[in-house]
Design a protein around this ligand. Structure first.
Ligand SMILES: NC(=O)c1ccc[n+]([C@@H]2O[C@H](COP(=O)([O-])OP(=O)(O)OC[C@H]3O[C@@H](n4cnc5c(N)ncnc54)[C@H](O)[C@@H]3O)[C@@H](O)[C@H]2O)c1
Ligand SMILES: [Zn+2]
Length: 393
């Protein structure tokens, strides 16, 4: 008899380097050229550049072109760097990622060519989506320029844009060709974006690494005062923890319903939308982490002193752990402007059973499949009171 099933098994290994460097576009720094070197050389590259960098580095597009000229034996640019608006606008504009693809098409970018994305997490997500869906996947080299992108989003395997009023509704799992973290970019950030990446560092420390959390606690004031050495430690450790999780969790493309690195994110994604992106992703994550830590405590999981440490470190870093949008329509979970719709959206995004990461201890998460809304509502109120006391004090 002929078999009725052909069992398919397609093992694939991805390898990419997450490099730490300084002066990545200095003509004398060979790293980027080495990463882009074609076989046969030179390769073709399209550079997508975050426009938010230009007020701080007006000559940046020129530096990219100079670098390419100096390393013409390794790669060449198919057109001048494509400037795009920075921030969430890059992911919200439905015409932007097709523009990147139009430039890829015009420049003859193929699967052996490169898209080089230089910018914050939003620009990397948008350019990555354009690259992942052109020719069914073009090589992407990321140069993350924010603390958040260097510590978290830039080192991972996801890309996406927002659609239908939802974060990352369109997207793909597409590991990058390489990631080049240049710490010099971080000196250009404003205080809010400097701080934002630290929320993801606290998040990953809380679910994975109690010693790292203690280090962040120790360094919190230095970090708030923009100490670069402390920031470098935080970014490196956070990037390493995020990358190691993706490589070793057994589910890098999130086939299951669990997403531990999204601790604090069901509410954060929702808050970004409810605040029409007034809150940065990292700022929303700080609130989401505080909310879920306090909820974990009130649900009898997380010891109270641990919970206090979580809230204190976020406050010491300079985060405000409340926002008016948290409290809108809190009594109506399915209201289009209720925070709690975030739970439904979180489940729908992943599929399967609702799975939320809570905290058992500092350094150790615990997944739950049900939450108590009245307890969450009370937790929101406690956060509001705490924030008010801090303002008053
Ligand atoms: N793909 C993933 O796995 C993943 C993970 C976490 C977050 N994200 C996404 O990342 C995005 C947030 O990224 P972000 O926090 O990097 O912020 P961002 O990309 O929104 O950038 C914030 C602002 O900083 C500007 N900017 C960028 N680099 C700068 C620099 N060096 N100096 C001064 N200004 C600079 C940008 O133009 C923008 O105005 C969100 O869309 C979030 O959903 C994705
Ligand atoms: Zn995040």
């Amino acid at each position: 008899v002929l078999p009725s099933v052909l069992e398919q098994r397609i093992p694939i290994t991805y390898r990419y380097g997450v490099h730490f460097t300084r002066g990545v576009l200095d003509p004398g720094n060979p790293l980027l050229a080495d990463v882009l070197r074609g076989q046969p050389a030179p390769s073709r590259a399209l550079v997508v550049l975050d426009g938010g960098l230009l007020p701080h580095r007006p000559g940046l597009a020129g530096h990219v072109a100079d670098y390419a000229r100096r390393h013409a034996g390794s790669f060449h640019l198919v057109c001048p760097p494509l400037l795009v608006p920075g921030g969430e606008a890059a992911k919200n504009d439905p015409e932007l990622w097709p523009r990147v693809q139009a430039a890829m098409d015009a420049g003859g970018i193929c699967r052996h060519s490169f898209v080089v994305a230089i910018g914050g997490g939003a620009v990397l997500d948008m350019a990555g989506f354009a690259a992942a869906t052109a020719h069914r996947g073009v090589r992407l080299v990321r140069l993350p320029t924010t603390s958040l992108a260097q510590a978290d989003s830039g080192v991972g395997v996801k890309c996406g844009v927002n659609a239908f009023g939802k974060k990352n509704f369109l997207g793909a799992f597409a590991p990058p060709w390489a990631v080049l973290n240049d710490l010099d970019f971080l000196t250009l950030l404003d205080d809010r974006d400097w701080r934002a990446g630290l929320a993801e560092a606290v998040k990953v420390a809380l679910i994975k690494d109690a010693a790292f959390f203690a280090e962040l606690e120790r360094d919190a004031l230095q970090l708030a005062r923009r100490d670069m050495a402390a920031m470098e430690r935080a970014v490196r450790r956070s990037a390493a923890l995020h990358a190691a999780h993706i490589a070793s969790c057994g589910d890098p493309f999130e086939m299951g319903s669990s997403r531990p690195l999204d601790f604090g994110h069901w509410s954060a994604h929702r808050l970004e939308h409810l605040s029409t992106f007034r809150l940065r992703h990292g700022e929303a994550v700080a609130i989401g982490v505080a909310l879920d830590a306090l909820y974990s405590c009130r649900a009898g999981l997380l010891p109270r002193p641990d919970c206090e440490r979580v809230l204190s470190v976020l406050e010491a870093l300079g985060f405000t752990l409340d926002a008016p949008e948290l409290h809108e329509n809190a009594a109506e979970p399915e209201h289009p402007r209720s925070l709690f719709r975030g739970l439904t959206e979180f489940r729908e995004h992943l599929g399967g059973q609702l799975t939320i990461m809570l905290l058992r201890h500092i350094g150790q998460g615990e997944e739950v499949h049900e939450v108590e809304l009245p307890l969450y509502r009370g937790t929101l109120e406690l956060l509001r009171q705490r924030a008010r006391h801090r303002v008053a004090a």
